[in-house]
Ligand binder design. Structure first.
Ligand code: RAM
Length: 391
């Protein structure tokens, strides 16, 4: 019970921090969140309503369908009669499960019906077949976590032609195949934050490697590109040597194997940066079990990484970052409803209220549109115990 109350307080704190960053195009240019994050993570004084703030521990099912309106809060909008689909990257990824729980909670609270599809593997082909079945079902909207930038173009065009509203979250697709992208944080900001962590943990020089998800993942590729561009453009990083970008495909075993290969192939390796929750958890275990001196940072779930976070030699990860995956799912749920009921079209300047996440304005970026959830959040020894029960 105590844990649940803490979870509620912490989720409330996260909502507050998200509100601080929402709708702001400055997110892309802001300095890395490294120093401010610990302060933001302090538990909020006032608790949010338990139903809204409690993290969903249960995994989303393969095809969770629920027509019942939420029993607690009065719906702010009536989304009943419409069916809102979410297609995640793949089944068995705890980040996706938390994201799906937020999506489901937000849509059901407004009286909508939810369909969640978790493809068997993190491939575009697996997503194409579930999207085809959603077109046949005649859903009102599809929120896609893209496994490839371009491979989904044909099936999403077919869905759009059938009158289905298309949006993306977490990992984007080709911009002209969707209305708007629910982005967790600015690409540039994530790149800067991770690059700064690599600089810090290497001492500013030496070999480091990236352990990514799949080689086609739009989100990881964008973050890695941002990091590479920073290394090229800022002489501060001139003494850093990126030896390899390895791909663990967001599969625990493959991520473990890739980590072991990096350790074998690069004896002078100082740091691994894993911008994937699956990859970082696998790498953390390998490094800690082997008592390796190689340090780890990246993007991880506090619940999975708590035992690896610490400042001493016994822990593999001094600190890492993430955002609230439950809130990212909720944001996509509210965005889906606003697209279906016509509040927004996905155009720059469109405004809507995403429940208690607050008010959002769709922003233009590189000729396309997105909604930013908020800045990346730092997890370190000072706050990991508080956050590990939240997500
Ligand atoms: C993994 C997925 C997801 C990414 C997180 C950080 O769970 O690849 O797309 O956003 O890591």
């Amino acid at each position: 019970m105590k844990k649940k109350v803490l979870s509620v307080l912490l989720a409330s704190a996260m909502v507050a921090s998200v509100l601080a960053g929402c709708g702001s195009s400055a997110a892309d240019t802001a300095a890395p969140a490294a120093d401010a994050a610990a302060e933001e993570a302090a538990p909020a004084e006032e608790a949010a309503p338990a139903e809204e703030a409690a993290p969903a521990e249960e995994a989303a099912t393969e095809a969770a369908v629920d027509t019942a309106a939420a029993d607690s809060a009065a719906p702010a909008a009536d989304a009943s009669g419409s069916t809102y689909a979410l297609v995640t990257k793949s089944a068995g990824n705890p980040f996706m499960e938390r994201m799906a729980s937020g999506f489901q909670e937000a849509v059901e609270a407004q009286g909508g019906t939810v369909v969640i599809q978790n493809p068997e593997a993190a491939t575009p082909d697996a997503q194409i077949s579930v999207i085809q079945s959603l077109i046949s079902q005649g859903v009102s909207s599809i929120a896609v976590d893209g496994n490839d930038a371009n491979a989904l173009t044909a099936v999403l065009t077919e869905a759009k032609d059938a009158g289905i509203k298309i949006l993306t979250l977490d990992s984007d697709v080709a911009p002209d195949t969707r209305t708007v992208y629910c982005n967790q944080a600015g690409v540039q900001q994530i790149g800067e934050t991770l690059m700064e962590a690599v600089y810090d943990l290497t001492g500013g020089e030496g070999d480091w490697a990236i352990l990514s998800a799949t080689s086609q993942a739009t989100n990881q590729n964008a973050w890695i590109d941002a990091m590479k561009k920073l290394m090229e453009s800022d002489s501060k990083y001139a003494k850093l040597n990126l030896v390899e970008v390895a791909y663990g495909d967001d599969e625990p075993q493959k991520s473990t194997d890739q980590t072991q290969a990096l350790l074998q192939n690069y004896p002078d390796l100082k740091v691994i940066c894993a911008p994937t929750t699956v990859g970082i958890a696998a790498a953390a275990k390998v490094l800690q079990d082997q008592k390796s001196t190689v340090k780890l940072t990246g993007l991880g779930l506090p619940s999975e990484m708590a035992e690896y976070i610490g400042d001493d030699d016994a822990h593999s990860c001094p600190y890492m970052y993430l955002w609230n995956p439950i809130d990212l799912g909720r944001l996509a749920g509210y965005t889906s409803i606003a697209l279906v009921d016509g509040t927004i079209t996905g155009a720059a300047g469109d405004k809507f209220t995403a429940g208690d996440l607050g008010d959002y304005t769709i922003e233009e970026i590189d000729g396309s549109t997105q909604i930013i959830l908020g800045p990346p959040f730092k997890f370190d020894p000072s706050n990991i115990d508080e956050w590990k029960s939240v997500y």
